[in-house]
Write a protein that binds this ligand. Structure first.
Ligand code: M6R
Length: 611
């Protein structure tokens, strides 16, 4: 949550910072602010989006070749002007932007108040800049040293940038538990929460590590640990291209990302399979082959949509590799004293690679000796760095807050994990493996076909856009799809939606069904289609309205359903990759028709870096 940008160099800092904040707005959009250094330090901040900040600044001076900016997802303190970042020290000569949470801000604040500090916001962040100032005043040390000393006193997570009126040609940045990338240009440096604000200026980046501090001047960057040990930073080249983070003619990032899925699914398996030979290679998995083969169980930890991908994996891995799987909400797992042994493999799934609960679950599992396999989309993010091994999904940057292409890419990788394990353990025959991989290779083309239902889905969306509730039902591999469909609808259209295993409906949710209740049923071809047809009849008997996702050529479900959306035929285990597509489109169109901001739904942020 929260996006931070810093710049020091030869360009005007303001446009670089504003463009960067607009790119990072997916991380939070409760307020925005900038600090610019032009002899004196100028700060502008405003509740609302970056566009509100721009309106507020309109006509005011914005000169300066050093500065920083922040877009906020509120944790401590309401989303108003006074809580917007940057925050300043008591004497106003230091300012800070911060992504994360200072957990012990309460006692620190009390102590600082006793020492005469006056606070102007309700945030945890403001405490840190007062603390730095206090240390400097007490001890007379340099700003860098004061920052280091202050960071030893705080508990929590942070990615911070600090500007000082007294050191106008310097930015100080530090991170612990929140992401930070530094772009290395010629005579200029960029700092950001991810690479998107940087990519159009330089491809050379440094991913700052936890407990590192960067002292940044126009022509020099020094990285040290907070123990004051100088580091040799590793400069790596970004693979990201500018067009990947632009809308490319689509009205919204979410729609663009839905339509990118044929490509992103293909990219997820590119170079990893040769279907006709029954060949699969996931290097991270090969490295830990013996561990995986001998695992008595696999634990999966994730949140939100990534957790739904984990649930699909439970079916896949148990079906094909015959290893017991437990899928856990990372936020529950980390606090319930789970039984973890050295024999356990923990698969952590995360688009952003920064989700605080998933990271904490990994740390817990690691401390008990488990082997961690991370499946993430954002290259260089925290989860891949703390995992023993893993696989990137290669879906490309996902900017829409509602996850779409990341989910299908995760399911693709998890299908490869399941099949690779099955191959290693000999639990599927070569012939069957070739069949499954051949079908997996055909999935991108079939997603193209599924996307062709877009116009028909718009008609259905128009019919249901004013619904207050919706029920999503599925069984087997389609149960996680039902959960994911419901999550997509609720998060972007604010319609209350529940995903349920279809047969569980009669144990409670059936009471909700009447002629007002749209029931989306994923009723594709497969071993339990007859069972789900019975569930549809139960809904129809109570006047529920059925929207069915069926396999092309279906002749049974369409007789009962009020609305039918066809998807191409595929292997039952791969249906989630197709059935999810119409549900993404349905939620998108309903949200648009209700006038919702699909890319930045209220109260949400793309990467949840607080617990
Ligand atoms: O980055 P992660 O995959 O770890 O994020 C997990 C969830 O926060 C995320 O999937 C969230 O549920 C999305 N908004 C769903 O669309």
């Amino acid at each position: 949550m929260c996006g931070i940008v810093g710049y020091i160099g030869f360009r005007e800092a303001f446009p670089v910072i504003i463009k960067g904040l607009q790119r990072l707005e997916y991380r939070g959009y409760d307020s925005a602010g900038v600090a610019l250094m032009n002899g004196a330090m100028t700060i502008y901040k405003k509740a609302g989006k970056v566009s509100d900040l721009l309106n507020y600044i309109d006509g005011k001076p914005t000169n300066g070749t050093a500065g920083m900016g922040h877009t906020r997802w509120a944790t401590h303190g309401a989303p108003n002007d006074k809580n917007a970042h940057p925050h300043t020290s008591n004497n106003g000569r230091l300012s800070i932007i911060h992504n994360g949470i200072i957990e012990n801000y309460g006692p620190l604040k009390e102590e600082l108040i006793k020492r005469g500090h006056e606070f102007h916001s309700d945030t945890d962040t403001e405490v840190l800049i007062h603390l730095i100032e206090d240390i400097q005043q007490k001890t007379g040390v340099s700003l860098e040293e004061a920052v280091r000393m202050a960071l030893h006193e705080v508990i929590g997570a942070y990615a911070i940038v600090i500007l000082s009126q007294d050191n106008p040609d310097e930015l100080i940045a530090a991170r612990k538990g929140s992401p930070m990338v530094i772009g290395v240009g010629e005579g200029e440096f960029f700092i950001a929460s991810d690479a998107t604000p940087i990519v159009e200026y330089t491809k050379n980046v440094i991913f700052l590590n936890d407990n590192e501090l960067a002292i940044v001047h126009r022509d020099k960057l020094v990285v040290k640990t907070i123990e004051n040990i100088e580091q040799t930073p590793y400069i790596q080249e970004l693979e990201m291209k500018l067009e990947m983070i632009e809308k490319g003619g689509y009205e919204h990032f979410m729609l663009k990302e839905i339509y990118e899925q044929p490509r992103s699914i293909y990219d997820s398996m590119r170079g990893r399979i040769i279907a006709k030979d029954g060949f699969i290679s996931l290097s991270g998995l090969n490295e830990y082959e013996e561990k995986f083969k001998n695992a008595e169980r696999i634990l999966i930890v994730a949140c939100g949509t990534s957790w739904h991908a984990g649930l699909v994996a439970e079916y896949l891995i148990e079906d094909f590799a015959r290893i017991p799987v437990e899928v856990e909400y990372a936020s529950e797992f980390r606090y319930r004293n789970p039984i973890i042994t050295e024999k356990d493999i923990v698969i952590a799934i995360s688009q952003s690679g920064e989700t605080a609960d998933t990271l904490a679950a990994i740390e817990l599992a690691k401390s008990k000796g488990a082997t961690i396999f991370g499946i993430c989309n954002v290259v260089g993010s925290s989860i891949p760095r703390v995992s023993h091994a893993g696989a990137y999904t290669h879906a490309g940057p996902e900017i829409g807050v509602a996850s779409t292409k990341a989910f299908t890419a995760q399911v693709t990788i998890l299908s490869l994990v399941a099949l690779s394990l099955a191959q290693k353990k000999g639990t599927v025959s070569k012939t069957r493996l070739v069949e499954l991989l051949t079908e997996l290779e055909a999935i991108p083309g079939k997603v193209e076909l599924a996307l062709q239902s877009n116009e028909q889905i718009q008609v259905i969306a128009d019919r249901f856009k004013d619904s207050r509730n919706a029920l999503y039902l599925g069984r087997g591999y389609n149960f996680p799809v039902a959960l994911e469909g419901a999550l997509k609808l609720k998060e972007i259209s604010y319609i209350h939606a529940e995903g349920y295993p279809a047969a569980e409906m009669k144990h409670g949710p059936i009471a909700l069904i009447d002629e007002q209740m749209p029931v989306v049923v994923i009723a594709t071809k497969g071993a339990i289609l007859e069972k789900i047809i019975s569930n549809i009849q139960e809904v129809k008997a109570r006047q529920g309205v059925i929207i069915a996702i069926v396999t092309k050529g279906d002749t049974e479900v369409c007789k009962m359903a009020d609305y039918v959306i066809e998807i191409p035929d595929t292997e039952e285990a791969l249906v989630p990759l197709l059935a999810t597509i119409p549900l993404q489109l349905l939620s998108y169109h309903i949200a648009i028709m209700r006038g919702c901001n699909v890319d930045q739904p209220r109260n949400l942020a793309k990467s949840v870096t607080v617990e």
